[in-house]
Design a protein around this ligand. Structure first.
Ligand code: GRF
Length: 203
């Protein structure tokens, strides 16, 4: 089966992007990384992607009057690159219905909590405040509500005595770097279906 063409959208460091690029080096991985787009010209991940030989481009959201105009520019680049799937990886923009519908069930995000707990920002500090004993990360299809949408995969990590938001974030991030490539592989291999807004996995 032909490998699916994937674009990764970033805003910053790009460590999840790097994990996806690394996984896609394997000859039997069902996806190839065709393009990395950043909405921020100074995103550190851009240099890493370029070093890895991946085409990069910047679509700077500050140059557009509103979200739909920015998203139309994104879609234009994605279509020009012949992309099948779009992975948000630390992409810090709220998206609107036109973009979500254009890429429906082909648009994936990773979030650093066990959704539906702790959508939004500062998830690790909020998990510590809440006193949860298990925390983790979620890969899901994107919908217009922030950090919402059919859940593809989750990984849990323990919350340990003495954890700080930073120590917990590092433990979750290591889990993210394992989870996202696994989840993308399943989607790219056609093993993930959305039925009634829930994901059904096949072997
Ligand atoms: C990750 O924790 C991701 O889940 C969240 O933002 C962080 C991005 O990190 N949405 P990186 O840019 O992938 O290193």
């Amino acid at each position: 089966m032909a490998r699916k063409r994937v674009a990764i959208l970033i805003s910053g460091r790009g460590s999840n992007m790097a994990a996806l690029i690394e996984a896609a080096r394997a000859p039997d991985y069902p996806a190839e990384i065709a393009l990395v787009i950043s909405n921020r010209p100074d995103a550190a991940g851009l240099a890493h992607a370029a070093e890895a030989g991946i085409r990069t481009t910047v679509v700077d959201h500050t140059e557009f009057t509103d979200r739909p105009a920015f998203e139309a520019a994104l879609t234009e680049r994605l279509e020009a690159a012949g992309v099948d799937l779009v992975c948000h990886a630390g992409f810090m923009r709220i998206v609107t219905a036109g973009y979500v519908d254009r890429w429906r069930d082909r648009l994936i995000n990773i979030h650093p909590s066990l959704l539906p707990s702790f959508p939004g920002l500062n998830t690790h500090a909020r998990a510590l405040d809440a006193g949860v004993k298990v925390h983790g990360c979620t890969v899901h299809f994107v919908r217009t509500a922030v950090d919402d949408g059919p859940i593809i995969a989750q990984a849990e990590v323990p919350v340990l005595a003495g954890d700080t938001p930073e120590s917990l974030a590092a433990r979750v991030l290591a889990a993210e770097h394992r989870l996202y490539p696994e989840a993308l592989a399943r989607v790219a291999a056609g093993k993930v279906q959305v039925v009634d807004e829930r994901v059904v996995l096949s072997a």
